[in-house]
Design a protein around this ligand. Structure first.
Ligand code: NAD
Ligand code: TYD
Length: 351
């Protein structure tokens, strides 16, 4: 029997690289194809440990290019798609919304079309869309997002992800495509591009640069270690029913200012600085436009139906993350060089 061929899109990015690594190592019987455009956020250094694995192959390409995708699907006869390629940064979506429509909406529809054209009515072929809890909008002080929460996106990023989720569901309802969607909370861990809060703060603290905290730092995010997200994707991909949706999150809510203070404490310890030294870098800046107050994910369905549980406490995960950044100087220097520089020190918010 031939190997199962799985196309993972966005595999050179933060979460995608963890998913590719997990699948390549755990399933030698699968052929894993990583399709990535290598935007500023994608970096093949993220996968250097598995780049020569016999069951791994990289394909450079743009999901906005429908012709390219149709040919790719014809040539390789994929059995499944795990779709992570996206523009993923909310601040960038505020200044460049159309890029988010192109990749996140048009790119997703192009992939759905290419899959449908090749798979016809074969319901054994699966299209898995990896999405975000931000599609549900913002919570007040109480409550959690469940799979039944109404979509109410506020940022151009979350609007584009909500739209792509709707298209994926529409292809299930209209054409009978075998689809699965998961909506996950904020991830953290290694290989995270340093425009996002946690890696940006680590990088800035290390270089004694101001750490920008939007507004009063009161916004709440529900943080999940990226390797736990990759494991959830593995379980959902293999066990979910067609048309189903799962929320993924670690019941781990933190105010931004508390995350930053904890990071400062860890960094003081790791860098041998006097206690309180790194916290002096905290700088309150103008709030993000349309800043969602609070996200909190109820992942009971995933835990009870499919048996997934998060493995790591936040403090331990954060310490591991700091260790990774401190011992991967070269990676940081590379991804923040050249055109990336304008994204990585909070410039968006200063425009
Ligand atoms: P990322 O920005 O780190 O990586 C995105 C990857 O997609 C990059 O490698 C990039 O080169 C690639 N890409 C972008 N546009 C492309 C295009 N047109 N064609 C082909 N490849 C393209 O993002 P991430 O944080 O790893 O997020 C991955 C997915 O998970 C996204 O769909 C995102 O919406 C979702 N998600 C992210 C989080 C989070 O906390 N980061 C949480 C929940 C869901
Ligand atoms: P981010 O990492 O951009 O993820 P998301 O917007 O998808 O949740 O931001 C996490 C939180 O941190 C969010 O409330 C915005 C805030 N934030 C800052 O306070 N300062 C920063 O420099 C950044 C990038 C984010």
């Amino acid at each position: 029997m031939r190997n199962k061929k799985i196309l993972i899109t966005g595999g050179a990015g933060f979460i995608g690289s963890h998913v590719v690594r997990l699948f390549v190592n755990k399933y030698p019987e699968y052929d894993i194809f990583n399709l990535d455009k290598l935007t500023y956020a994608g970096n093949l250094e993220n996968l250097k440990d598995i780049k020569n694995a016999p069951n791994y192959r990289f394909v450079k390409g743009d999901i906005v290019d429908a012709q390219f995708l149709n040919t790719l699907f014809k040539n390789y006869k994929f059995d499944a798609v795990i779709h992570l390629a996206a523009e993923s940064h909310v601040d960038r979506s505020i200044s460049e919304p159309l890029e988010f429509v192109m990749t996140n909406v048009i790119g997703t529809v192009n992939l759905l079309n290419a899959a449908r054209a090749e798979w016809k009515d074969d319901s054994t072929k699966r299209f898995y869309h990896v999405s975000t809890d931000e599609v549900y909008g913002a919570l007040g002080d109480s409550g959690m997002f469940t799979e039944e929460t109404k979509y109410d996106p506020h940022s151009p990023y979350s609007a584009s992800k909500a739209s792509s989720d709707h298209f994926v569901r529409a292809y299930h309802d209209t054409y009978g495509l075998n689809v699965v969607i998961s909506n996950c909370s904020n991830n953290y861990g290694s290989h995270h591009f340093p425009e996002k809060l946690i890696p940006l703060a680590i990088n800035n603290i290390k270089h004694n640069k101001p750490v920008p905290v939007y507004g009063k730092g009161e916004n709440v995010r529900d943080w999940l270690f990226v390797e736990d997200h990759a494991k959830a994707i593995d379980v959902i991909f293999h066990k979910a029913k067609s048309g189903d949706t799962y929320n993924v999150g670690g019941h781990n809510e933190w105010k931004n200012i508390d995350v930053i203070n904890l990071l400062c404490k860890i960094m003081d310890k790791k860098l041998g600085r006097p206690a309180g030294e790194s916290a002096k870098l905290i700088t309150f800046v103008k709030d993000r436009a349309g800043h969602d107050l609070r996200y909190a994910i109820d992942s009971t369905k995933l835990q009870e139906e499919l048996g997934w549980t998060p493995s790591l406490q936040f403090e331990e995960g954060l310490e591991r993350t700091v260790d990774w950044y401190l011992s991967n100087e070269e990676w940081l220097r590379h991804v923040t060089s050249g055109e990336y520089m304008k994204y990585y020190d909070g410039q968006y918010n200063k425009r």
